[in-house]
Design a protein around this ligand. Structure first.
Ligand code: FES
Length: 198
């Protein structure tokens, strides 16, 4: 057998192994998903299909971020500290839509200076308005970089402030979307339902 024959056999073997690995991965993922769905209780199933999601906020620390899923979408709930809130007005001239004028991006009750119902609690979808990547939180203040804390999308570098407002000069065209939500009690937010949405 020639060296070329041996090379070809080796290539065929590697090709087979990569296909086998991919199929095993898919079967594993399918199994994991069906196990996950089968284990959902009815209320959790309903939530997965779009029912509102309750988020207890009473125990959240100041500055803490909680991630929840609503209709398969990632939603951030951030309890902003007083310092975070006091910095919200510092970068208005660097924001693309500082006054929430793109009306599709928030319900009317969140078209305010903090983009929220309660000034302390920000509720925004964790989906970059460029191509839908999940931004990461970066809450560290870095005055030398003119960064007051916010969210950063690692996909193409879009930046959002602590009200989910997009900075100018980045690929994302609009602010992070505020989903419909309301406070059921002081310590409980319902995402997916407000007084005008069922
Ligand atoms: S998806 Fe976020 S910057 Fe492109």
């Amino acid at each position: 057998m020639t060296d070329d024959d041996l090379d070809q056999i080796d290539r065929n073997r590697r090709h087979f192994l990569s296909i086998a690995t991919a199929v095993t991965g898919l079967v594993g993922a399918g199994f994991a998903m069906s196990t996950f769905l089968a284990s959902l209780k009815p209320s959790a199933r309903a939530q997965a299909l779009g029912a509102p999601v309750e988020v207890p906020i009473g125990m959240m620390e100041s500055g803490e971020l909680v991630r929840v899923l609503w209709r398969g979408r990632l939603v951030f709930v951030l309890r902003r500290s007083e310092e975070m809130l006091s910095n919200l007005g510092d970068n208005l001239d660097r924001l693309r839509d500082p006054n929430s004028e793109v009306v599709e991006q928030q319900p009317e009750y969140a078209a305010n200076a903090t983009r929220s119902v309660s000034r302390e609690f920000l509720v925004v979808e964790g989906s970059c308005t460029h191509l839908g990547c999940a931004p990461i939180e970066d809450f560290e203040l870095r005055p030398a970089e003119n960064w007051q804390g916010g969210f950063f999308c690692t996909c193409h570098g879009s930046k959002f402030d602590l009200a989910g407002r997009v900075y100018d000069g980045v690929p994302a065209p609009t602010n992070l979307r505020v989903p419909p939500h309301r406070f059921v009690r002081d310590d409980l937010i319902l995402i997916g339902q407000d007084t005008g949405v069922t």
